[in-house]
Design a protein around this ligand. Sequence first.
Ligand code: NAP
Length: 521
Amino acid sequence: MQALSSHLSGRWQSGSGKPATLFNPTTDAPLATCDTQGLDLGAALDFARTHGGPTLRAMTFAERGDLLAAMSKAIHAQREALIELAVANGGNTRGDAKFDIDGCIGTLMAYAELGKSLGDRRFLNEGSPVDIGRGGRVQGHHLRAPRRGVAVHINAFNFPAWGLGEKAACALLAGVPVLTKPATSTALVAWRIVEVLVEAGVCPPGVLSLLCGGAGDLLDHLGPQDVLAFTGSADTGARLRGHKRVLEVGVPVNVEADSLNSAVLAPEVDDATYDALIRHLHTEITQKAGQKCTATRRIFVPADRVDEVIADLSERLRGAVLGDPARDDVHVGPLATRDQQRAALEGIAALRAVARPVFGDAGTGAPVGVEPGVGCFVAPLLLRADDPARADVVHRLEVFGPVSTIMPYDGTATGAAALVARGEGSLVASIYGDDRKWLEEAVLELAPWHGRLTLTDAKMAEKAMAPGMVLPLLNHGGPGRAGGGSELGGVRGLEPYTQRCAVQGNGPLLSRFFGVTTPEG
Ligand code: NAP
């Protein structure tokens, strides 16, 4: 069996403990092992700080952009092989695997383009200069300078490629080296991506390190200039935030955690708008077997349309074949691990205390092309809760599988927002409506609870993307339960990796240094 090592301090290294095993969640067959015990993680961080950091900081944004473009191209050259690994280790259909891997390739390329547009600078100006003395003689400027530490990226099991790429793109463009740690259970794709980059000689020493397996004592070695970015469960997020060393030296922590994303249908919508809702809900329930942080978990529909939405969505879900994701006729693969399957089935049982199944068997289904009892399958499931105000568990429990709950609301934007807010902060909400006033009210009501909103109306319904698609130029992250983090969003994505510093002094001198001359009041 393949033993996956870590790439630390500029070389491949293996641990000396009891290895963890990675499985194929369709067949339960073991695929690979990894082990990080005994690795010198303090030395690995030091190597990145002393080799990768200076190299990146000496580069302009355009040069860092070239690095990201080279990474993107090297990964793209191995796209087919990576898709196969994602099918085997992640239980992904080919479509699911492309979503992850192309997302990685595309996000790196989008940040490469951003680097080109930022040009030959090495730090960011923030806003215009401020006149703090008479006649512009004394001014203040704000700059964002790359932090002098390492960006430690701890990723979730569901997007081993995209998670690596989206976080790395932002940190590297900011000028900060990366140590990336994929979730152990699905690490094969991330490991191969780093191997591809090492083989291609794309990243200078210390620019990108890989910890493949358990985190060990990694956080004990963090320093005051390091940054920690995490995606995963709220419990682990809270543990990392409260880590003694993180608190001691004030390491900034960016968290993407659980999220009970909502879809809201306005009253009296055009057919095209309604059709987009049904299409998007189908995508959000079935894609990646519902294992997306942005998947729609709660569906709010005016009370008089609940039956209609259930009928139309069920009709589409009937065509979603569950089974071996390597088969072309299969649309929904297994969950990534036995633990995830167990957690999802337990979650469904908890939801059933307040909601009843209206589509699906609320269990493991009858997957095609798989021996009975084998694999980590959960069948697509639509639940209905008629009293959302009392269905507390639906608003707080993220069942990480192909599961969503439909609920009635009173048709007002404020009524919908009050129920959506019961989720206590989410990554994204999708709103489907054609009345401008209603939409405006819904946006203002929902925005404080979300990092992103998608609005679909009849005029653009055919082109509207499903809300689960995270875009490099738009913010990704959400308040409250969603972790309070913020990633991507174009140049905003560099913020966690840079330090804002106000510089006040001789106006003309600073203007020359910053290349900005217009004072602001
Ligand atoms: P998790 O257990 O929180 O693990 C996420 C990452 O944190 C993994 O890389 C894991 O490494 C690492 N980790 C765990 N304990 C750590 C520690 N003490 N120190 C440093 N790193 C640590 O989450 P999961 O198993 O991936 O998913 C569990 C649940 O989280 C899902 O069911 C879902 O509800 C939620 N989730 C949310 C999102 C989102 O983006 N919103 C994404 C995925 C999952 P190991 O794998 O080596 O343990």
